[in-house]
Design a protein around this ligand. Structure first.
Ligand SMILES: [Zn+2]
Length: 473
């Protein structure tokens, strides 16, 4: 299918140009002024065309718990999250659709779903998410979230000898499952990719990491993980390895130019050097880091060290939204308070590049995605510059990144297929999705997490907090 976007604004160097963009067979065929119309003509007047952004770290099924988990740190938050996550594949399907809709309508064309697997229905979980992403048409990087240690092992022991329950599935069985997922679902040419994705050093053995490296090498898969999201994880790494988590991951060979690492809040200068050397990618999730009190990632240091950085929303239970433009805005502004030298601060144009090309680099697809370049895939977003939130007219990218764009996305194409037109997703029935999400849920006025209470005392003691009799609530 061919089409030509006419008279659309695109950024060039430090200015803008009005051009025509020809798309043929899912690829950008030409960019220039007064081009011949090939295929359908699309009106780009008063619109801004950008490469699609990457929602480079999320957990779609957390959508079922957005807005409810109290303000507690990750180690307590996750205990509650897991206690109330008895999902079924139908819910997985619906929350994947919901995540995709919110991502598309906030500038994203790709999503990295670090997908929580339903125990005993792991393949069905991935199948449900893949079905959703194929139906809606977003480009998906499904990263089945795996671990091989019990949740309680993720909190530092503080020197105490603690016996943790074995994890419900063996390391070998988990790796076999991931291999099965790769064989069944990994179809890059169709826009569905599987990643190896141990949750992080806090809950994974070296054997699991090494098994993932092996799968990654054999099937040419990208690698994903959480990394040093919290101070507790930094302590845990010292207890577990006697060195930093980054040094350890480098030693076992997990870091590479196709490895993306979510959060990266608690890294020191030596760790940052290692990320730069190994050309690993940092996925910055500023809202989640604020919500869970994890800290402020040293984003400006990453950029100065030459580390590739991109943005993610993180799951909707720690954000509690999937608005990518919001994450990009906060992720750009937050760091101005960390460095007096304003010349280091992130500009709106740099933020756009991080969200697009930065995401593509982290997923080893920068040859095909991430910029408006002839020969690249047509994963494009066109913004309506007459939207009230983008008026009056000043700098379009400044308005988009620093402002609060609402209803600004006019059209989205993935692989040249138009999946949003006139601000509406046209591949699925969004009204029906709303009804389904409503019907599969209920207002929750009060709930108490037993898991959270069990972990709370140890967490408070290890983190040097006073004993509390009242509990989190
Ligand atoms: Zn996460």
């Amino acid at each position: 299918m061919s089409f030509t976007i006419q008279n659309v604004l695109i950024p060039v160097d430090q200015a803008y140009e009005t051009v025509d963009v020809q798309i043929n067979a899912g690829q950008i065929a030409a960019v220039g002024s007064q081009l011949e119309v090939v295929g359908t003509a699309v009106d780009g007047q008063n619109k801004l065309l950008l490469p699609g952004f990457f929602n480079a770290h999320t957990h779609s099924s957390e959508m079922w718990q957005r807005g409810i988990i109290p303000p507690v740190p990750l180690e307590l938050w996750i205990a509650e999250l897991y206690e109330f996550s008895p999902l079924n594949p139908e819910q997985i399907y619906l929350s994947a659709l919901g995540t995709a809709v919110e991502t598309l309508l906030s500038g994203g064309t790709s999503v990295v779903d670090h997908l929580v697997l339903i125990p005993g229905q792991e393949l069905e979980t991935v199948a449900a998410a893949v079905r959703a992403y194929q139906e809606i048409g977003i480009r998906a990087f499904v990263a089945p979230l795996i671990q091989d240690e019990a949740l309680s092992a993720g909190v530092p022991s503080g020197g105490a000898a603690i016996d943790h329950d074995p994890y419900l599935r063996s390391t070998t069985a988990t790796l076999n499952l991931v291999e099965e997922m790769v064989q069944q679902f990994h179809r890059p040419a169709e826009g569905i990719n599987i990643l190896v994705a141990p949750t992080g050093i806090q809950l994974c053995s070296d054997a699991l990491f090494k098994g993932c490296i092996d799968l990654s090498d054999r099937y040419n898969l990208c690698r994903h993980a959480h990394l040093l999201e919290t101070k507790a994880q930094k302590l845990l790494a010292q207890e577990k390895y006697g060195c930093s988590a980054v040094e350890h991951l480098q030693q076992i060979g997990y870091l590479s130019d196709r490895t993306s690492l979510a959060h990266c809040v608690w890294l020191d200068d030596a760790d940052i050097e290692i990320l730069a050397e190994t050309r690993s990618t940092v996925v910055h999730n500023p809202l989640s880091n604020l919500r869970l009190g994890s800290g402020i990632a040293p984003l400006l240091k990453y950029r100065q060290a030459g580390v590739n950085v991109t943005f993610g929303c993180d799951g909707a239970a720690s954000n509690d939204s999937q608005d990518l433009l919001e994450a990009i805005k906060i992720g750009s502004l937050l760091h101005n308070v960390t460095d007096l030298d304003y010349q280091h601060w992130t500009t709106p144009r740099q933020a756009v590049e991080m969200a697009s090309l930065g995401g593509a680099k982290g997923l080893n697809v920068s040859e095909e995605l991430g910029s408006l370049t002839v020969g690249k895939q047509a994963d494009l977003v066109m913004y309506d510059l007459t939207s009230l939130s983008l008026l009056p007219r000043t700098d379009p990218i400044g308005l988009l990144i620093l402002g609060r764009p609402t209803n600004a996305v006019d059209s989205v194409w993935v692989r040249g297929d138009r999946i949003v037109a006139a601000g509406q997703v046209n591949t699925i029935d969004v009204n029906n999705l709303r009804q389904q999400l409503f019907q599969h849920s209920e207002w929750v006025t009060q709930r108490r997490s037993q898991e959270l209470r069990q972990v709370e005392a140890r967490y408070r003691s290890v983190m040097g907090l006073p004993e509390s009799s009242s509990g989190y609530s």
